[in-house]
Design a protein around this ligand. Structure first.
Ligand SMILES: C[S@@+](CC[C@H](N)C(=O)[O-])C[C@H]1O[C@@H](n2cnc3c(N)ncnc32)[C@H](O)[C@@H]1O
Length: 222
């Protein structure tokens, strides 16, 4: 994949910045972010590599990194204040198995070799509910093909959403692509989050607002 003017010109995220970082956070950022910054030109780390796309407040990303010291995680997020939370969490827990891309994941994906990741998380991607904004949805055909390219055969894609239209949209595109195994047959399986999958801030908000969440795991086939 490369960035292409026709299909990639649309921004898939909302805010890139919130409140100004506190002086303390700015110091932590200045000291720690350079060590965590994902270097697209460097050789890949040894062992398994997992990627979280749009990690928001980093609750899930930090949990996975803390609970899988043998795996290297990359988190991609354009929202500065979210990345700052990941930086602070990594600093406080002295994590050595986490890298961060502060920006659009599509820039990072193009630089990844084929079959380099074992797991990808896309949890509660921005739903862009208005029809005229559907072009901003991340999980479009080209992006799904790119996730397939960078996953190893048998590798896993996890997807969660509280917006049923986005669930249908994604399932139909994954099916049309044809390279994914969707093993959940009972709706009870996708109504519950697994134990190896902590809740996120966005998920808690959906719960408070009465929207049921859906959780899926797909395996890359062929
Ligand atoms: C609705 S929020 C969910 C955040 C988090 N996953 C959670 O569950 O709390 C979607 C996130 O995806 C990020 N995002 C949107 N487009 C992105 C892109 N192209 N690359 C990386 N992150 C993106 C947004 O900045 C936002 O933080």
């Amino acid at each position: 994949m490369s960035f292409d003017r026709d299909t990639d010109k649309f921004r898939t995220f909302g805010r890139a910045k919130g409140r100004r970082l506190s002086p303390h956070m700015q110091t932590v950022w200045d000291e720690t972010f350079p060590k965590l910054k994902w270097d697209m030109a460097a050789p890949l780390p040894d062992g398994e590599l997992w990627l979280e796309i749009g990690f928001g407040g980093a609750e899930h990303l930090l949990w996975q990194a803390q609970n899988h010291a043998d795996i290297h995680l990359i988190g991609a997020e354009p929202f500065l204040n979210g990345v700052a939370k990941a930086v602070r969490g990594a600093h406080d827990a002295s994590l050595e198995n986490l890298s961060l891309h502060h920006g659009d994941v599509r820039e990072l994906l193009v630089a990844l070799p084929d079959q380099s990741l074992s797991k990808i998380f896309v949890l509660f991607p921005d739903p862009w509910p208005k029809v005229r904004h559907h072009k901003r949805r991340l999980l479009r055909a080209k992006f799904i093909a790119e996730l397939h390219r960078v996953l190893k055969p048998g590798g896993e894609l996890r997807f969660a959403s509280d917006i049923i239209h986005y669930v249908d949209w994604t399932l139909s595109r994954l099916k049309r692509h044809g390279g994914w195994d969707f093993t959940h047959t009972e709706s009870s399986e996708w109504r519950v989050r697994g134990e190896d999958w902590p809740g996120t801030r966005y998920e808690a908000k959906a719960g408070r607002e009465g929207r049921p969440c859906h959780y899926f795991k797909f395996a890359r086939i062929n």
